[in-house]
Design a protein around this ligand. Structure first.
Ligand code: TXA
Ligand code: MG
Length: 334
């Protein structure tokens, strides 16, 4: 659910929305808030505009984008067909942090899908995103508004710091309330599966469908844009068991590293001899909401190593653990 107090700040500014819709029509780029993270949007039907998104992000053109729509009734032309279970999930979770991968419709250029015959679609639950979609009238292709491989932005300030002049307009909608990206469900075949855990939990999806959902172990190999290292801060990230976090952090700090710690709530009272310590919230939704801001903060405070422990993979814990594992993944040589 969207926190209404936080959204008031974004009190939809008609002039700004209309100007942004005009920029999209002209083939430009608009960064906008969603309930998950900020997106870097372009007209999804305009291959040249979509190409500018890849350039601004430094993202390889083979990585498919998500098409954002104003409502499920807009799916026509963007997808070829919608299976019964996909329709059920759309009805239950849209607007919201769920992305469905379906067969590509005729309105989607191959630039948007990175050459795939499938397309990812979602209806975001943020008043600014919905107002922009309504004013624009079409689909908006939008990846997260960060440089390729780095931490997704959850405030307008993050977007400006990272993309600056590469974006024509940044719409400020305050802090994103979910904080991690949407859950991506492959709904192209008979058996639905989760390609990326995110803002809608597996438990909620299963309850809606009345059956279990697979998380294919191969999904990160099969899907472009799912590299080992992703969602990564500048500092190296090392994951350990929760009860080893403090010892590991102090050992590394003593050996001369500038260590940042994501401290599990069970150890909140401990004195930790490290460069910077973030005391994690107890609730998983609160942790998800702040995860990327915590990683950015530790970078800003000059940490070169972050020690953390992935939470149990239940509820929103699954998305947090997934992002931490990816942040800790092997990095390309520079
Ligand atoms: O919450 C979100 O999903 C945010 C906001 C802005 O909506 N967007 C986002 O986009 O996270 P991005 O581009 O950072 O991640 C989208 C991922 C891609 O990395 C890719 O793995 C997957 O969606 N994807 C897109 N199209 C796909 C397709 N046709 N088949 C499989 N995976 C696809
Ligand atoms: Mg991204």
């Amino acid at each position: 659910d969207i926190d209404s107090a936080a959204v008031d700040r974004a009190a939809v500014d008609r002039t700004a929305i209309d100007r942004a819709a005009g920029v999209l029509r002209g083939g430009g780029l608009v960064a906008f808030p969603t309930e998950t993270v900020y997106g870097l949007g372009a007209n999804a039907a305009d291959g040249a505009a979509v190409t500018r998104v890849f350039q601004a992000k430094g993202r390889p053109p083979s990585h498919p984008l998500i098409v954002h729509l104003a409502g499920a009734e807009q799916l026509g032309g963007w997808v070829a067909d919608v299976s019964a279970p996909a329709r059920l999930l759309a009805e239950r979770f849209w607007p919201g942090p769920l992305t469905l991968v379906l067969r590509r419709g005729g309105r989607v250029p191959l630039e948007t899908t990175g050459g795939l015959e499938t397309v990812a679609v979602r209806v975001p639950a943020h008043p600014v995103a919905l107002a922009l979609l309504a004013a624009f009238g079409g689909g908006i292709a939008a990846p997260s508004a960060n440089r390729f491989g780095s931490v997704s932005p959850t405030t307008a300030a993050h977007v400006r710091a990272e993309l600056g002049d590469a974006v024509d307009v940044v719409l400020d909608g305050g802090c994103c309330q979910v904080g991690v990206e949407s859950t991506i469900v492959d709904a192209t075949g008979e058996a639905l599966s989760i390609l990326r855990p995110g803002g809608v939990t597996r438990e909620d999806l299963q309850a809606a469908l009345g059956r279990p959902l697979a998380v294919p172990a191969t999904s990160h190999i099969r899907v472009p844009g799912q590299h080992a290292s992703h969602y990564a801060p500048r500092a190296r990230v090392v994951l350990v068991e929760p009860d080893k976090v403090i010892a590991e952090a102090e050992r590394a700090q003593e050996s001369g590293r500038q260590v940042g710690v994501l401290l599990p709530p069970a150890f909140a009272d401990a004195e930790v001899k490290a460069h910077a310590v973030v005391a994690l919230p107890v609730s998983m939704p609160a942790y998800a909401r702040e995860l990327y801001a915590f990683l950015r903060e530790l970078d800003q405070r000059g940490c070169d190593l972050i020690i953390a422990s992935p939470p149990a993979e239940q509820g929103m814990g699954a998305a947090i653990a997934n992002r931490l594992r990816r942040a800790a993944g092997p990095r390309p040589a520079v």
